[in-house]
Write a protein of this length. Structure first.
Lengths: 305, 420
């Protein structure tokens, strides 16, 4: 199963919010949908779910027009909310039946997912009596109660403690391993890196970077090195590099423990290593720079912002 | 359609399982039914004029003990008072003659007498009362007695036969009334009650529906709901559930009271007929038009609920509807006294008011069958229209949080989205 979002545009009143969103995701893989607050992620998801209608563009599933009502979709919205005064099991069954499931099956599934998320003892309790973390887990169970083929998770880890986060991580990994198509929106880049094969970064209503995460990282790490010295602070080292090594590298950035250097057209790793070994710099760290998704996100969204 | 029924069931369950709903229904029904059975267990003959404790409709004459009689005091300076006549005007009253005005005043002040009268001349008297209640009729009754004393005195002085003259003035006339169509007088009060009931239903349940919609927005349940089913299923399910909830509650309370009254009608001596002995035809018309009007407003209330994000803003959002229903309520009650007038005729065709005016016309006036059919058709079409517009507003408003959306802005946005 392959879901393609093609050139989606959406306006509210006179203001265009989405200026042509494109990305694609396949079953058994997860797409990380990233962006700053107000970038257009939730609007894109709502168009996917047919809550909003796009002004132009299309959403295709295996090349055909995607009709959400004909598929089981599990959607965990960023704005969490169920019925606080109703029992957990009652509302889970309700949501499953609303999505086309038989009541008996819905009850079985609800119990299974509550157990999987370790909140089965609360099934007869009113939602409002649960802690925030457990309410969050109930919400996730409600998302998955209909065993969806497509799972859309908007900030699923917010409000969870480390233990609950681990449970959720395991569940998401299982979903991907079971061939579900997962769209994962989050500001917590470490989780996106952990689960997503592909990413799409949305900024101000357009996709500024999309593709396979591994390739993107490789591309961002290309010709970049890290360097730190035992006998110099990073500021001293930066000054040294800018004065004496400008023909080989440019200082592209400074992190907590090392400098990020970018090779110039005339520079290469061997030359740099040769020059460094004969210098007064006592090299502590030297290697190929592997950017984190956070670095890529800040660099990309920072550039565009 | 299946999803609509799922929403309907879920929403209805909320009403029917709500402790507030159940206890209110139960308490009011039990209280109403118990009240209707009261004459079987407690002697209300003073009130109903019928012998109590299952003694049938036979009127029981009981002589009162002196301590049960109220005491009145009088001073007759004109020499015309006849105590026997006073006793006819004032039932269960013991009349005591005073020797002075001071004695009258003292007896009233010390409350040994309910009231006191000083007759100064055949056409003038003073009335003494300690606390004058709003329903005080003593003065009026005494005035009538005084007029009688005057006539009796006049006849005696002029050698006339008072009995003969009285008989000539008060010739007994037998009337055999045959109401060929509607008895407005006897139908008026239950129409009045039904207008109040339907107004309360619309106001109360309309607000409940609007609050329920807003709650789903404020607790964000709507985020999941709108991605699970269509806004139409959600709104229609919610509104129809509210309608059924309202009908069940009103039906149980009103039905319980009406049935209990029918069972105990004889014990009540038919004295509540004007309120509770409602013809089936009127009840059926009331049910159809009342339900229609209720649905019409319920859809609009639901849509108003979708335009705000906080439950505390619901009353502000639905104030326009509230004003309309109150104006209709006011006009309906006023026009009940003129059911053949042009105003009520017009109101009985408007969907905003036909729910309370058409059945009143049917109950109290003359209505051609075509008028009922046309009014019902207009109401049905309006309900569908309200449902359609309500669902559009609901869809447009549900995911827009923040400041309340004005109805004019919402309608403009709907038109724009339709154009684009």
């Amino acid at each position: 199963m392959k879901l393609e979002v093609k050139n989606i545009r959406k306006s509210f009143g006179e203001t265009e919010i989405l200026h042509g969103i494109n990305f694609e995701v396949e079953s058994g893989k997860a797409l990380g949908l990233l962006g700053r607050n107000g970038a257009g992620k939730t609007t894109t998801i709502r168009i996917l779910m047919d809550v909003f209608r796009a002004n132009s563009g299309e959403v295709l599933l295996d090349g055909k027009k995607f009709e959400p009502s004909k598929h089981q979709i599990g959607y965990l919205p960023e704005e969490r909310g169920l019925y606080p005064k109703r029992t957990v099991i009652d509302q889970m069954i309700y949501l499953a039946v609303l999505r086309g499931m038989k009541a008996k099956q819905a009850k079985e599934n609800a119990k299974r997912w509550l157990k999987r998320l370790e909140v089965e003892e609360y099934e007869s309790r009113k939602l409002e009596t649960l802690s925030k973390g457990n309410q969050q887990k109930v919400q996730l169970a409600a998302t998955l109660v209909c065993d969806p083929e497509i799972v859309i998770l908007d900030e699923p880890f917010s409000g969870l403690d480390p233990v609950n986060s681990q449970i959720l991580k395991d569940v998401v990994s299982e979903l991907i391993a079971n061939g579900k198509l997962v769209i994962f929106s989050s500001h917590q880049m470490s989780y996106v890196e952990e689960f997503c094969d592909n990413i799409a970064i949305i900024n101000q209503g357009e996709v500024v970077l999309a593709g396979e995460l591994k390739s993107i990282k490789k591309e961002y790490g290309k010709n970049r090195l890290i360097l730190s010295a035992e006998n110099m602070s990073l500021s001293e080292l930066q000054k040294k590099m800018e004065q004496d090594y400008a023909d080989l590298v440019l200082v592209a950035g400074k992190q907590k423990e090392f400098l990020i250097l970018e090779l110039t057209e005339t520079g290469n790793r061997s030359n740099l290593m040769g020059r460094l070994s004969g210098s007064e710099i006592q090299v502590e760290k030297f290697g190929i720079y592997e950017p984190s998704l956070n670095d890529i996100f800040v660099a990309k969204v920072g550039e565009e912002a | 359609m299946r999803k609509f029924f799922t929403v309907l069931r879920y929403e209805l369950k909320e009403y029917l399982q709500s402790k507030g709903f159940l206890s209110l229904t139960l308490i009011l029904t039990i209280a109403g039914v118990a009240l209707m059975f009261l004459p079987r267990f407690i002697d209300l003959s003073d009130f109903t004029g019928v012998g109590g404790k299952g003694e049938g409709s036979e009127t029981v004459e009981e002589s009162k003990e002196p301590q049960e009689l109220q005491q009145m005091i009088y001073l007759d300076e004109a020499g015309i008072v006849d105590v026997a006549v006073l006793e006819q005007f004032f039932e269960d009253t013991l009349w005591v003659e005073a020797k002075s005005t001071q004695e009258v005043q003292k007896a009233v002040e010390e409350q040994t007498a309910e009231a006191g009268f000083v007759v100064k001349s055949p056409t003038q008297y003073d009335y003494f009362v300690y606390n004058k209640s709003m329903s005080d009729t003593n003065s009026r009754l005494f005035e009538q007695a005084m007029k009688l004393f005057y006539r009796m005195d006049y006849c005696a002085e002029n050698g006339l036969d008072f009995q003969e003259i009285t008989a000539m003035y008060d010739v007994p006339v037998t009337v055999n009334e045959q109401v060929l169509n509607k008895d407005t007088g006897s139908n008026y009060w239950y129409c009045y009650v039904l207008v109040i009931i339907v107004f309360m239903l619309i106001s109360l349940y309309g607000q409940m529906i609007a609050t329920s919609v807003t709650s789903e927005k404020s607790n964000r349940a709507i985020e999941v709901l709108v991605t699970s089913t269509s806004p139409n299923s959600l709104l229609f399910g919610k509104v129809i559930a509210g309608a059924i909830g309202g009908l069940v509650q009103t039906g149980v309370i009103l039905g319980g009271i009406l049935i209990a009254y029918e069972v105990n009608r004889e014990q009540w001596g038919g004295m509540l007929d004007m309120l509770l002995h409602i013809p089936a035809g009127v009840l059926i018309t009331f049910a159809f038009f009342g339900l229609g009007g209720y649905l019409f407003y319920a859809f609009l209330y639901g849509a108003m609920g979708a335009l705000v994000s906080k439950t505390e803003d619901v009353s502000k959002s639905s104030s326009g509807l509230m004003i309309i229903t109150m104006v209709v309520y006011f006009f309906s009650l006023v026009q009940l006294q003129n059911v053949e007038g042009a105003v009520i005729k017009v109101l009985s065709f408007l969907p905003i008011s036909s729910y309370s005016t058409m059945f009143a016309r049917i109950a109290m006036g003359t209505v051609a069958p075509w008028e009922i059919v046309v009014s019902m058709l207009i109401l049905v079409v309006s309900i569908l229209g309200a449902g359609f517009i309500g669902a559009k507003l609901y869809r447009m408003g549900t995911l827009r949080y923040g400041n309340p959306i004005k109805i004019t802005t919402a309608l403009q946005d709907i038109r724009k989205s339709k154009d684009s």
